[in-house]
Design a protein around this ligand. Sequence first.
Ligand code: NAD
Length: 420
Amino acid sequence: MEKNQVTAVIVGAGHRALIYADVSLKIPDKLRIVGVADKNPDRLASTAQRYGISEEYRFDSADSLARREKIADIVINGTMDRQHVPTSIPLINRGYGMLLEKPFATDTSELADLYVSAQKNKSKVFVCHVLRYSSFYSEIKRLVASGTLGKILTVSMSEDVSLRHMVVSYVRGKWNNEDTGTPILLAKSCHDIDIMMWLMAPEYPVSVFSSGSDMRFSPENAPDGAGTRCLSDCPIESSCPFSAAKHYVHYANPRDFYVWGGKELSDEEKLRSLADDNDYGRCVWRCGHTGVDHQTVCVTFESGATGTFTLSAGAPCDERRIKIVGTQGTLTGVFEENSITVRTNINERPDKYDERVIQCGVSAECKHGGGDEALVMDFCDYFLYGKHSLSCSELSESLLGHLVVFAAERSRKTGRTVNL
Ligand SMILES: NC(=O)c1ccc[n+]([C@@H]2O[C@H](COP(=O)([O-])OP(=O)(O)OC[C@H]3O[C@@H](n4cnc5c(N)ncnc54)[C@H](O)[C@@H]3O)[C@@H](O)[C@H]2O)c1
């Protein structure tokens, strides 16, 4: 009988893994969560309760799960960046398929180890490149693949990371240090570089140059008199745009789960925690931030086509833009507006052009433009029936973006062009 349901174990029951696992509540016939592994006992217990997981299918780590006989078809791996490869390989060797968060590897050697292990075990590993599944980028992919724009000459993309997003995630938060977290280009913009490679496929990138720096959050940019913690020793806190009280207590922050770990606290308790030892109470200039706040990546493809991507962090709002120029026309779009404008040449009328505005329909509450949910559904169809969609983010089709990011980071650090 044909199998019509995927069974899954969550490994790393954090914020991201539960977004994917929750899709099982909408499509229980297709996806069922049967187990969970997490090092944090509270998360283990609450996740087990959420999905009705029995005691024998709860594990205190990925390793404990990997030591047991296989209990499900796939793993949803939502551990943090540097745990992806060490937790995935033993589970792939145990025979699991995998929905694996990005970045799926942190350097070329991890990438090779993961790839070899997936190939050896014939494991279906899907990377959570959720933007490929958004209606906005799916529509762009369809347009490019249809040849509407002719041969692509150049793709320019940009990502503005809002000030409050930058500060909570990449300055004070989990990705503030490139050695313990990962560089922002990998942690955040691997999505964008992946989109560029996916749109340009089957063309290969041949060289990468990148430069960028931190002009805002390094200690030498601290204003005179700034302290080390906003709410304990800083005389300029009330006038500082980065005040922890403003960011995490007085005004709404969509990422406050990073700061409070899902705990319900009163404002007084929050202010005390920020004054005391909460990492998010540290001064933005004196919290050990090692990354960049702006970076540009220039890619040359084998045909001579070019791609550029610019990351700018600390902007008023989050915004992704794209412009593609082809021999027959241009495409421009803003992800947050879900709108794409296509202009094409009219061969017999050089004085005119056609213009089409496409509104991509997605409801406001859908995360990543609807991509999170669509990715899980696509993975189930790929796993069960081998269906291969235009967005398919299977591991072997997701490698190039990460390789370009690794090359860009090498280029930024050495000042040289890196050939691939
Ligand atoms: N696809 C996207 O758009 C997107 C967006 C945000 C974050 N992410 C990525 O998602 C990943 C998870 O981020 P998050 O904020 O949900 O993380 P998180 O810190 O909330 O969750 C990670 C969980 O892994 C658990 N864990 C750690 N080591 C473990 C082990 N050996 N075995 C089992 N469990 C273990 C931790 O206890 C924790 O509960 C990151 O890699 C991040 O970069 C992806």
